[in-house]
Design a protein around this ligand. Structure first.
Ligand SMILES: [Zn+2]
Ligand SMILES: [Zn+2]
Length: 642
């Protein structure tokens, strides 16, 4: 056999027989210490593992334990180890399906008549621990699909058989670890000892292939890391996320509810949640007005023909609800607001002098989501976008994107978000509009971000077919990222709706349209806000800012009076004048996370004051009602900006 030259990127090289594996190559090229930190390797940006056979000259870039890509390899390998443990403990009563790495961990789907219990988890983890300690290597073989189907048929593994049939390849690859063989294309860690820290997290039902008509399998979720410290940090973060879960807090704080009778994914805002939403909406509208936007209101349904013109019927219909017949004409619920804003645009002749035209709307749209995908406020079927459409001349694009970013980041900052990741998505393979327009628009987006001093990453080819876009992911108090804002240039709809304006040259031109949402949807944004603040809203956003509470019945009248005065002053106040112990009232107000408790006893009544207690337990000295009102107003101004 001939020899090949294998080298490590920016490192040594050597001659090996063709057909050698990455394991052999790295074994010779790396020091022991380097090898212990090497999880896999990259060849031309593709991750391969130690089993990969080298047949030509190759440059290997080691993937080390601290590389971001290494975690996926580790976690997918952990899924194999879990399956091996489950197999060893529960034998052939368990059928295996699939086990990928996912964000933050891995899962494996099993079919088993009995449910997996917490005791089972302990057993599985204990067995996994032993497997990890035995440093079992991952090895690979190839087999013809016909033989593989026979093999899995004999082992009565219907899911694997189905997967191979569907792959339709001549041959398939298998990975072996211990006594467990799995259909898999890899890559994996060199051996099980790399999995220094892991934990099984939970079990949930999952349909085979996500198909609601197929078998329900048991999906065991777990996570794995290269060290215990990282695992511990992650588990703490999970606990913290549970504490902040907006569905739990939404219930406890009486913000919103969903009911079967209404329908899944449809939100009922309770008074406190509605108050929170109103505060956000008012602020949003005021900020937009200050930044030269005009407000629009548009209907919830439109003739089907409109959705034909807009292209939604052809490209978006799986997200739209079925049509309804009104006077023998078909209408459909809106999945987007854009065509309505275009309708306003086309209601008159437009001149270049009017530009930029900035129209915004809190527009409620309806989109189909699978029942299984619905999640609290984060994924719903009816939601209100904080939408805006801006119409500009090509020469205005850069300045306008700058303005949008400015307003966008300003509003996010007011809500407590000043850490974010920004992405610029460029032209995909399929697109409309001319190449020169795409280039100019992409350049304008870039320049605007640079001018604003923003760091951004480029997502090549990830733009929408109608134009390039900027996406902003905000980071919450515990470092989680949430996709919220999007700014999209559109060359498509102006064409479809034959939008024009009269230019300086007196000729008709086509405007550029920008779609923009800051929060994305109010529902989702409020979900994020609840988790961001863990329900402890700043004073400007707190649905209830203060609760008045008396100590004994002799202060009821004065308490009522204080309550009335504060309400008149525009504060969001409640009163608790029940015949209950003060400590009990305080505890309830703390659970409700109300920023201020106003405690009224005989002294306060005599002096015309209130004693102020904060939700963290601190007390402020007694103050007059006017001083309290001033204090709250000043706080709101400092938090909100005015
Ligand atoms: Zn695998
Ligand atoms: Zn739009």
């Amino acid at each position: 056999m001939s020899n090949i030259k294998v080298s490590v990127h920016e490192g040594d090289s050597l001659e090996l027989a063709a057909g050698s594996t990455v394991r052999e190559a790295l074994g010779a090229l790396l020091s022991n210490k380097q090898r212990r930190q090497t999880v896999a390797a990259k060849i031309n940006n593709e991750i391969v593992d130690f089993t990969t056979v080298l047949t030509a000259d190759t440059v290997l870039t080691p993937v080390k334990t601290d590389d971001a890509e290494a975690l996926d390899v580790l976690r997918h390998s952990a899924a194999h180890i879990m399956a091996l443990a489950v197999r060893e403990i529960f034998g052939e009563n368990v059928k295996v399906a699939i086990g990928p790495a996912i964000e933050n961990g891995f899962y494996y789907d099993f079919q088993r008549d009995e449910a997996f219990t917490p005791e089972d988890f302990e057993k599985i983890e204990a067995r996994m621990e032993e497997i990890v300690r035995s440093s079992l290597p991952f090895t690979k073989t190839e087999m013809s699909s016909t033989d593989a189907i026979k093999k899995f048929g004999a082992e009565k593994e219907p899911f694997k058989t189905e997967l191979i049939q569907e792959l339709g390849r001549d041959s398939v690859s298998f990975y072996h670890v211990g006594e467990f063989t799995d259909l898999c294309k890899g890559p994996h860690v060199p051996n099980t000892s790399f999995i220094k820290a892991f934990k099984l997290l939970r079990v949930a039902g999952a349909y085979w292939r996500g198909d609601e008509k197929r078998d329900v399998l048991q999906r065991i979720y777990g996570t794995a890391f290269f060290d215990q410290k990282a695992l511990k940090k992650y588990l703490n973060a999970l606990e913290e996320a549970k504490r902040r879960d907006h569905r739990k807090l939404g219930r406890e704080l009486e913000l919103f509810t969903m009911q079967d009778e209404i329908g899944p994914g449809l939100i009922l805002w309770q008074p406190k949640g509605a108050q929170l939403r109103r505060l956000i909406e008012d602020y949003w509208k005021e900020e937009h007005y200050k930044h030269d936007y005009e407000l629009l209101y548009t209907p919830h349904i439109a003739r089907q023909a409109l959705w034909k013109t807009s292209g939604h019927l052809d490209f978006y219909s799986e997200n739209m609800y079925s049509s309804m017949d009104i006077d023998e004409v078909q209408y459909q619920l809106k999945p987007m607001n854009c065509p309505f804003h275009i309708g306003v645009y086309n209601s008159g002749k437009r001149s270049y002098r009017e530009f930029p035209i900035r129209w915004c709307e809190l527009g409620t749209v309806y989109r189909y989501e699978r029942a299984g995908a619905l999640h609290g406020l984060m994924r719903v079927r009816g939601f209100t976008q904080d939408d805006a459409h801006i119409f500009v001349r090509p020469d205005q694009l850069e300045d306008e994107i700058f303005n949008i970013l400015d307003l966008n980041l300003h509003i996010l900052k007011t809500f407590g978000f000043d850490d974010y990741d920004i992405y610029l998505s460029t032209r995909p393979e399929k697109y409309v509009g001319s190449d020169s327009n795409w280039e100019r628009a992409t350049e304008a987006l870039k320049l605007a971000m640079e001018k604003k001093g923003l760091d951004f990453e480029i997502d090549p080819g990830e733009g929408v077919f109608y134009g390039p876009k900027i996406d902003i992911k905000i980071k919450d108090q515990i470092g989680r990222s949430w996709q919220c804002s999007t700014i999209q240039v559109d060359f498509n709809l102006p064409e479809r709706f034959q939008m024009t304006y009269v230019g300086k040259d007196n000729a008709e031109h086509q405007p550029i349209m920008i779609h923009r949402a800051l929060m994305g949807s109010l529902e989702r944004f409020i979900g994020v806000l609840i988790e961001h603040y863990a329900g402890v809203f700043p004073t400007w956003l707190a649905p209830v800012q203060a609760r008045v509470m008396n100590i004994t019945d002799s202060q009821i009248d004065y308490s009522e009076d204080v309550y009335r005065q504060l309400r008149k002053a525009g504060l969001r106040v409640e009163k608790d004048i029940r015949n209950e112990k003060l400590n009990y009232k305080i505890r309830e107000a703390q659970v409700a996370k109300i920023p201020y408790m106003l405690i009224i006893g005989d002294n306060e009544k005599a002096d015309g004051t209130v004693t102020v207690r904060l939700r963290d337990g601190k007390n402020l000295p007694a103050m007059s009602i006017k001083d309290f009102v001033d204090k709250i107003r000043a706080e709101v101004v400092s938090e909100r900006g005015y």
